[in-house]
Ligand binder design. Structure first.
Ligand SMILES: Cc1ncc(COP(=O)(O)O)c(C=O)c1O
Length: 432
């Protein structure tokens, strides 16, 4: 049966990998039902089984040798077959193929959490004496990883505010260059909790103007808007990282991460993942495959719900301001970035109530449909109080700078009925 696929996932190169029919490029929402999976290799099962195995049997010693040459990097392109579940597995490979489809990425890697993805990417790209240029603020654990953990290993950092203009971005690059070799430019857009968008095209232009042969890769955390509302590889990012725990997983029942980009750029990251074991497990990979089938439905509905809910909140007498990407002043720089970079306003936003902590707490405690929990991107609506929860350890001055005030509530809208959500938020505002 030479030429016939023997392995599920991207290694198989089989007909179920077709990306187009009669010249028509198939949409990700179609491809999520079957891409990368061949039922003939799994007893005809319509859905991929969960491959609960720690290791894989080689057809021959020569095949084992060849696969290990890929795993150890002696042969580029990674393992040509399944080897050991710390390196790869069918569920992970099918998942990685499908993740790549959403962003038209050449390659993708799955990780045991968003932070496992980010840590593995950063560790693979830096060495002592290097500098990381980054937008600010970043997700708290990413800030800790760069500012404390990597700093202990002699990796410096230099930041610019998420909403910065081209001059400010370029000045940060020049500052960084004076400190050492820039290993990478790391972005998060929109920033949490300010929702400020990073001008990726301006960052790319500044990176491209850097003197010398070094063209440090631009890595961007696309957790908040991806993959439906933002596709940063199109605007010049070299790699996208994700907490798949959020919209991609979408049901608040798993923790996972991803990294997407070119094969060449992901190669050292795959090698480090092999070494330190930050790959996602088969069961969570399978759950993500299921989640991705409804990704577009879920995100579209959540986005529509958020637009309705925010329109209600905007003019409410107890609301000071709604930090929602759909409400940007059309003449502003942020709106210009939004038009160039985003296909939707998302479903996570900041609600500033009139008053202070007591008012925010009264509102949160009165919610009946929305759950009081941190995280975002799930089917259910969540609300939290950043100043006393996710950002509790941020110093007061920095909190003020980031707009993390006591009257701020962070809301992630789910896929419930929009009018039910409005009724819930309305009665909770009455309790303030
Ligand atoms: C923007 C962003 N990046 C990364 C992470 C970390 O992801 P995980 O919790 O899956 O490790 C989070 C988690 O909230 C996040 O919001």
């Amino acid at each position: 049966m030479s030429g016939e696929p023997t392995t599920q996932g991207r290694k198989a190169g089989n007909a179920s990998h077709a990306l187009e029919i009669a010249g028509r490029r198939l949409k990700p929402s179609t491809l999520m039902m079957g891409y990368g999976y061949d039922p003939r290799l799994s007893e005809g099962a319509l859905k991929p089984p969960i491959f609960l195995t720690s290791t894989f049997v080689f057809e021959s010693a020569a095949a084992g040798k060849r696969f290990f040459e890929g795993v150890t990097g002696q042969r580029p392109g990674g393992a040509e077959g399944l080897v050991y579940s710390r390196f790869n597995g069918p569920d992970q490979e099918i998942l990685e193929g499908r993740l790549g489809v959403w962003e038209e990425a050449e390659d993708a890697l799955s990780f045991s959490s968003g932070m496992a993805a980010i840590s593995t990417v950063l560790l693979a790209l830096v060495k002592p004496g290097d500098v990381i240029v980054h937008s600010s603020p970043l997700y708290a654990a990413t800030e800790t990883l760069i500012g404390r953990t990597l700093a202990r290993f002699g990796v410096a950092s230099c930041d610019f505010p998420a909403g910065a203009g081209p001059e400010e971005i370029e000045a940060a690059m020049r500052r960084a260059q004076a400190m050492g070799e820039i290993a990478l430019v790391y972005l998060e857009s929109p920033a949490n909790p300010t929702n400020a968008l990073v001008d990726l095209e301006a960052v790319k232009a500044a990176r491209d103007r850097l003197a010398g042969p070094a063209r440090p890769p631009i890595v961007i955390d696309n957790t908040f808007l991806g993959p439906l509302w933002a596709k940063p590889l199109r605007q010049g990012a070299d790699m996208v990282v994700y907490s798949l725990t959020k919209y991609a997983g979408g049901h608040s029942d798993l923790v996972a991460g991803g990294a997407l980009g070119s094969k060449a750029l992901l190669e050292p990251i795959r090698a480090l993942r092999n070494t330190i074991g930050t790959i996602l497990d088969p069961h969570s990979s399978w759950m993500l495959l299921r989640s991705l089938e409804t990704l577009e439905l879920r995100m579209s509905r959540a986005g529509e719900n958020a637009a309705r809910v925010c329109a209600f909140l905007k003019d409410h007498p107890k609301v000071e301001q709604v930090g929602y990407l759909g409400f940007l002043d059309p003449a502003s720089r942020q709106a210009d970035i939004f038009r160039r970079h985003c296909a939707g306003a998302g479903s996570t936003f900041s609600l500033y109530l009139k008053g202070g902590e007591a008012d925010a707490f009264a509102f949160l405690d009165a919610l009946r449909i929305a759950k009081l929990a941190v995280s975002l991107g799930g089917t259910e609506t969540l609300a939290s109080h950043p100043a006393s929860m996710t950002h509790l350890s941020v110093p007061g001055e920095r909190k003020a700078q980031l707009g993390i005030s006591d009257n701020l509530v962070r809301i992630s809208i789910g896929v419930e009925d929009a009018d039910d959500l409005i009724a819930d938020l309305s009665q909770a505002l009455d309790a303030v």
